[in-house]
Design a protein. Structure first.
Length: 270
């Protein structure tokens, strides 16, 4: 904990004071390459909270991509942001979280109210515009976080709505890429089921409790496994595409949690 305090005072805080105003102006001006500072911010954040990130596969970077992932903890965002220039889709509650919301805005985070079906259309239109600009959008497709032992069914509403909005926004050659998040070791030892409840952000814990456990915990090793990209055409069957992505994420999670080689992906759904 002492190391983290020193790191925050001497490294993280000066970075925030210098680069947050620069990023604010960068985003407000609509200039390209705005993801450079957020990626540095997340890399420092990973060091601060004690994350060691291993990447398997590669995020798509040569075309618009909708990345769909399982979700375990808020540290998932730090890990993903440290290795890939993405725009996150977050629940609308976060928009009211003061400083957190401000920082999320500097990464052009999109918000969706999952309790209202009509909100999916608005969010998907914004997603489509980002994709039309050649960007990467990340969606935690389960709709909530879990402890990391299994994958919940993917919600297809945003994926389907995004398909309809893509044509209006002019997004072409969009792919959907599965991403699996797995926390594999804690202080050098395999993560037990009890320890997963410490790493994960579960409903029974407040934000403050979860942050305290993570900051007082040890070094966590995690893997981000990027799967096989699949075409996300306007006329594709969203349920089949979503299910194929869900199955690949689940297969990779089981393998990573057991320390096994990743399975060969099934052929992409059409």
């Amino acid at each position: 904990m002492i190391f983290r305090v020193i790191f925050f005072v001497l490294v993280y805080l000066p970075f925030l004071l210098i680069f947050v105003p620069i990023q604010w102006l960068w985003v407000r001006s609509g200039l390209p390459h705005w993801t450079i500072i957020p990626r540095l911010f997340h890399q420092l954040g990973a060091a601060f909270v004690g994350l060691r990130v291993t990447v398997i596969g590669q995020p798509v970077h040569d075309r618009p991509v909708l990345i769909v992932s399982n979700h375990i903890s808020w540290t998932d965002i730090i890990a993903i942001g440290s290795v890939a220039p993405v725009t996150f889709v977050a629940k609308k509650d976060i928009e009211t979280w003061g400083f957190v919301a401000f920082m999320a805005g500097l990464q052009k985070t999109l918000y969706v109210d999952r309790t209202r079906r009509t909100d999916a259309r608005r969010t998907s239109s914004e997603m489509a515009r980002r994709l039309a600009d050649g960007g990467a959008v990340l969606l935690f497709a389960e709709g909530q976080s879990d402890i990391g032992t299994h994958v919940l069914p993917f919600r297809t509403a945003l994926i389907g709505a995004a398909q309809h909005a893509m044509e209006e926004a002019g997004a072409r050659d969009v792919v959907i890429q599965p991403l699996t998040i797995s926390y594999t070791r804690l202080q050098g030892l395999p993560v037990s089921r009890n320890e997963r409840s410490i790493i994960a952000w579960i409903k029974s814990k407040s934000v403050r409790e979860n942050i305290r456990e993570i900051l007082h915990g040890g070094v966590r090793e995690m893997t981000l496994a990027f799967g096989t990209p699949m075409p996300l055409a306007q006329d594709a069957d969203r349920k089949k595409v979503s299910k194929a992505a869900e199955i690949e994420v689940r297969r990779m999670l089981v393998a990573l949690n057991r320390g096994l080689p990743l399975p060969v992906a099934a052929p992409p759904a059409q």
